[in-house]
Design a protein around this ligand. Structure first.
Ligand SMILES: [Fe+2]
Length: 435
């Protein structure tokens, strides 16, 4: 059962300490003291517009009410230096960023200092909560920053006075609907293969990905904090600057550390977001209750219908179409989501779970159709987990490769070019979609 914990004032702004390199003032919008009297609100969102909820799943853990950094900003434990700093979106990608990091359990300081490239001009308060089943698993800190200018690079550091992280940068998404080209990465099923996962992150970075999608099964068992340590430690040098949007696989299993460590919107199981001209949506196909199937299908139908973006891409864990055993196709995904995706104008379905690379011909109702009339179904599930044979040879399977791999999507105004690469950078498959 998810425990929804109210978190008031996700980015309560406080005046920044003067920093020596603070030469260019690009203020965040603010509702501190009821008005932003002496700052110029920037970005398209209303001032201080981050929603105020943080999901922390499951009872029986050390999790308790999120601790606001203020007045605890000066409380540092034995290991207060932030580690595993990583990014995602709980709010609008063009004007916000959510930052998560780890410390020891006793460190309560949860602050982010952020500004333009020129310096960390504003100090914002986040929240923190316990991770895992024991205080030895440490504390998770989360800060949400809203009111940022789209398409802008921001410099930040997290932690608190006496225990700041190194400085990092990220870039907000372009405005929704922007036709500006961008590059995204996709991978899935690392599941204990941290070395391969690190190699994939490096490969994606070499292609300049601006966001990552992960199709689930990051770890063997989602409740084991040490496995999440491996996953996030492998991402040091990559996770601090590029957001990663994940989905719940059967191996995450809706475990508390997955929710606690994932900066995702809404209930963190089914959600959507826009990046430029693409609408991305995900669902959870390892459901907590059977009622979730229909609820998610209804949500997806409404979500897709409400989107005016020309591109619609879904990503999730269990494949609707796959020639790969032992896992094969998932009947619930086929029954609940395929009709909705096809009716809702989805061009591309990205799944994991079957440890290989596969691409179908474009399909509608199970039959091959011109690409613009159907959905191309891809399995991208080779980020470190043991590989499976593609041994069924169904007629809808157009390409199948048993290899560790990742994908890079290049979104242009009039096409998306998807390329699958192996770890050596060889092209396994390339195809183009038009809207
Ligand atoms: Fe799986």
């Amino acid at each position: 059962m998810l425990l929804l914990l109210a978190f008031v004032a996700c980015v309560a702004e406080t005046p920044a300490e003067a920093l020596p390199d603070a030469t260019v003032v690009v203020p965040l919008s603010s509702e501190a003291d009821g008005a932003a009297a002496d700052t110029v609100p920037v970005g398209s969102e209303a001032a201080g517009a981050c929603p105020e909820d943080i999901y922390v799943a499951q009872t029986g853990y050390t999790t308790d009410a999120p601790v606001l950094a203020d007045p605890h900003a000066d409380v540092l434990g034995a290991e207060p230096l932030p580690r595993q700093v990583h990014l995602g979106w709980t709010n609008e990608p063009s004007t916000s960023m959510t930052l998560i990091w780890r410390t020891d359990f006793d460190t309560l300081a949860s602050q982010v200092q952020i500004g333009s490239d020129a310096g960390h001009l504003f100090t914002l308060a986040g929240a923190s909560f316990g991770l895992g089943a024991d205080t030895a698993d440490g504390r998770v800190h989360e800060a949400r920053v809203c009111g940022l200018t789209p398409g802008t690079t921001w410099s930040y550091r997290v932690g608190g006075e006496g225990a700041w992280s190194e400085s990092h940068t990220f870039t907000t998404a372009p405005p929704p609907g922007s036709t500006e080209p961008f590059v995204f990465g996709v991978a899935g099923d690392s599941r204990g293969g941290a070395t391969v996962w690190a190699s994939i992150l490096a490969g994606m970075a070499s292609h300049g990905v601006e966001l990552r999608l992960f199709t689930g099964d990051a770890v063997v068992q989602g409740s084991r904090v040490n496995e999440w340590d491996d996953w996030y430690d492998a991402g040091v040098g990559y996770f601090e600057s590029v957001p990663t949007m994940t989905t719940n696989g059967n191996h995450e299993g809706l475990a508390q550390p997955y929710f606690a460590l994932s900066p995702l919107p809404g209930n963190e199981q089914w959600y959507s977001f826009d990046y430029g001209n693409v609408h991305f949506a995900t669902w959870n196909d390892t459901v907590a209750t059977s009622a979730d199937w229909q609820e998610q299908a209804d949500w997806l139908a409404a979500d897709l219908a409400a989107s005016t973006r020309p591109w619609k891409v879904v990503f999730h864990h269990k494949a609707a179409y796959s020639s790969c055993r032992p896992n094969g196709e998932d009947a619930n995904v086929r029954n609940y989501f395929v009709p909705v995706s096809e009716a809702g104008g989805v061009q591309l379905d990205l799944a994991g779970h079957n440890h290989n690379y596969e691409r179908t011909v474009p399909l509608a109702g199970g039959l091959e159709v011109p690409q613009v009339d159907g959905v191309t179904y891809v399995v991208t599930a080779g980020a470190g987990a043991p590989l499976y044979d593609n041994n069924q040879g169904y007629s809808y399977t157009h390409v199948a490769v048993e290899a560790q791999h990742y994908m890079v999507g290049v979104v242009d105004d009039d096409r998306i070019t998807m390329t699958a690469y192996d770890l050596a950078g060889n092209v396994l498959d390339v195809f183009t979609l038009v809207p």
